[in-house]
Design a protein around this ligand. Structure first.
Ligand code: NAD
Length: 472
């Protein structure tokens, strides 16, 4: 708990701040806020040394207004009922903001994953999947988990394998979880999707000249000085795209064991490789060590990207945060009270409910791929390439000039799965951002981006209930 109120209360407080801009009946708003159901389970783990341990785990399904519900599974010592309910609620709102037709869910196991062997982690994951299946908390049309803090494609592979052992005759069993390895029904582009979506979202926000002017910044991502907290899945890919595609300068990175700084800009690909090799970002050649890991949040920079955990910017440290833009790549990194204080001071916050929706967007594409049992691009790629070549040949004939072969290759390329995923993700993030701006304009600029995201979600959820006659 931080800033006196729990994480779920903070999400609800953000909801309430937005709800005042809507005219929906209070009881309906109350219903939307509630977590529809939560399953708590304890099971034994036999450790490698033969001893036993009790493992505690949760799965919350926040809203069944659309099915299946969707949300990650995290392995962290911070997991508890309040946290999964809060994160499940954020998933509901996030899916609505980016028009992904799922309700929100979240799960977690309270473990420090570094304290367990691979074999132990596999036994924990498989047992949790079995417990979820027993109670109807997993299934392609029921509830579909994904990776989150402390989990990745490997854990998702164990989940799908366990589910398929139980439901061996279910045609769409492979769609019971997303974020799987590609040979097991995963989709190209899922791994980097959340970080890429973070980049697209920041890019859209930085394009608005008057907003940037108000912050004393030039429009565009190029040249912006960026600090990233957490170099895991989301943080590393966000940093990579911000630097390599957007031309931003990543001046500092913080991890659980310390932070590093380089005003000239850290080479992110090399830093990720350095961490993979040594186990730490510390000791990266040419970078300066920061005195504390938390200190990174307080560095003078244009964009701060908290991409580790929730509640890292609170009432206690918000007044020391100097970033002009805070891009919430993690879920709930800024408490609701800190958020209000920062925005009062003029800081632009790009909210998690929009910004990190790239993961669930591409999870949606993966789920669609699994249900259709065909890779995106398989049917049309060659057809498109042949059609492009016919056009290019006609142009060559008409102009009597041949395209250089390297140009021909680029111009005649049909879209493969990754191209289509990136394109669908970009479209989703751009359209959703335009939607938030329209909501802001409709309300005379009074709601901030977080409130606009909640208004967007509330309106869409109510519309979904109403269309089924549930809220007449
Ligand atoms: P991850 O486990 O891959 O990475 C988290 C990183 O944060 C790790 O490198 C960890 O060492 C680091 N970290 C932990 N404590 C820290 C601290 N005190 N200071 C600095 N760094 C610290 O997890 P992830 O999947 O990248 O998720 C990160 C955040 O993004 C979470 O809030 C998660 O809910 C959210 N998120 C993830 C996805 C996704 O697709 N993975 C999607 C949406 C939101």
């Amino acid at each position: 708990m931080n800033d006196q109120i729990s994480f779920f209360e903070q999400v609800n407080r953000n909801f309430d701040r937005a709800a005042i801009f809507t005219k929906h009946p209070p009881t309906l708003l109350e219903q939307i806020k509630k977590c529809n159901c939560i399953y708590q389970v304890a099971f034994p783990l036999r450790r490698d040394d033969g001893s036993f341990e009790v493992i505690n785990a949760w799965r919350a399904e926040h809203s069944h207004h659309k099915l299946p519900t969707k949300g990650g599974i995290r392995y962290s010592m911070g997991v508890n009922a309040d946290e999964v309910e809060a994160l499940a609620a954020l998933m509901t709102y996030k899916c609505a903001v980016v028009d992904v037709p799922f309700g929100g869910a979240k799960g977690g196991i309270r473990i420090d994953r570094t304290a367990y062997s691979d074999g132990e982690l596999e036994r924990i994951t498989r047992r949790f999947t079995f417990e979820l299946a027993k109670k109807g908390f997993i299934g392609p049309g029921i509830d579909v988990p994904a990776p989150d803090f402390g989990t990745g494609a490997r854990e998702m592979a164990w989940i799908v394998d366990t589910y398929q052992q139980i439901h061996h005759d279910e045609l769409n069993a492979i769609a019971c979880v997303t974020g799987k390895p590609v040979p097991l029904g995963g989709i190209r582009g899922r791994e980097e999707a959340t970080g890429l979506g973070v980049y697209y979202g920041i890019r859209e926000a930085c394009e608005i000249a008057e907003e940037m002017q108000a912050l004393g910044l030039e429009p565009g991502v190029g040249g912006k000085r960026v600090v990233v907290q957490g170099l895991g899945n989301v943080g590393s890919h966000a940093a990579r795209f911000l630097a390599n595609e957007g031309g931003a300068k990543i001046i500092a990175v913080a991890e659980h064991d310390g932070g590093i700084f380089d005003e000239g800009g850290l080479a992110i690909d090399e830093l990720v490789a350095h961490r993979a090799e040594t186990g730490s970002i510390l000791g990266f050649p040419g970078a300066q060590a920061l005195p504390t890991t938390e200190g990174a949040l307080e560095l003078d920079c244009d964009i701060l990207v908290p991409a580790a955990l929730e509640n890292v910017i609170t009432k206690a440290n918000q007044d020391r945060v100097k970033a002009r833009i805070i891009a919430e790549a993690a879920n709930g990194p800024v408490t609701s009270q800190a958020s209000e204080l920062l925005q009062d001071r003029g800081t632009l916050i790009i909210p998690d409910t929009y910004l990190n929706a790239g993961g669930v967007t591409v999870s949606y594409f993966e789920w669609l791929k699994n249900l259709s049992h065909v890779r995106f691009g398989r049917l049309e790629k060659r057809f498109d390439e042949h059609a492009f070549r016919r056009v290019l040949t006609a142009v060559e004939g008409a102009t009597e000039r041949a395209f250089p072969s390297h140009m021909l290759e680029v111009l005649a390329k049909g879209a493969d799965e990754r191209d289509l995923v990136y394109s669908g993700l970009e479209e989703t993030m751009v359209v959703a951002f335009q939607g938030l701006r329209e909501i802001q304009k409709r309300h005379g600029g009074r709601p901030d981006l977080r409130a606009a995201a909640f208004i967007s979600a509330i309106d869409k959820i109510i519309a979904a209930y109403e269309s089924r006659g549930i809220f007449p």
